[in-house]
Write a protein that binds this ligand. Sequence first.
Ligand SMILES: [Zn+2]
Length: 260
Amino acid sequence: MNCAEFLTPCLRLEQESSITAAEMTAIKVAISFVEQMELHNCVIYTDSKSACMILEDSMDEKAGSTIVVEILRIAHRFGTAIQWIPSHVEVEGNEIADKLAKLGLSDIAPTYGNRLCLNDALHRFKIHTQDIANRWYQDYSMEKGKRFSEIFPVFSTEPWYYKVQMEGRDVRLTNRLMTGHDFSKYWLAKMKIAEDEDCDMCEVPETSEHIIVHCPKHGFRRLKFQFEQKYLSLTDLYKSKCIETYQEVTEFVKQAKLKL
Ligand SMILES: [Zn+2]
């Protein structure tokens, strides 16, 4: 290998990585030079405090990612010290390294086949799976319920009732009201379980929204609740993401003895 190339290497990483992983890769490149040239008792200077800390912690734990283990192995064999230096304070070598790093972003810079570190791989995997889950959720929502996806436009791995103090049957009722797939006359008629879908007072389809938000039959009772006059629809109400309001609705349904 050409020595001059080694002394001022300007490399572009093949795999996109986090800043710390890139800095760790730079230390690996430097220490590989130490190994190849069989240089003893060298000092590698880096302005990456996080890389130094990871190396130090891994020394104590005697474990780490492949690249960290490899750096420590060579350092141990050749008595190499890895020393942190502050950046942007006109340390000559550091200024040169910064310039080389910028050059490394250009297309002409040779590529360094770095391995994806575990954290970066997990991060990529997370984004990728989130993306797939979101796409699935969009399709699912189109099919299963527009209202639900209006309330929760983005898929979440944790349901809205996660860590919420609410009884199971209230959560189930809220879920039915959120999707509109409940026991209202309208939905039962739609499912061909009942024939009449209309409210016997208002002669409009008796949806859960009609009963809870609009129907004058329950106007007096509704006055006792904070959600009264506050929301034009159940979707708006659930979009508030206010658990107290969700609980008010279940309480209203209970008090009015509604079968939803
Ligand atoms: Zn009505």
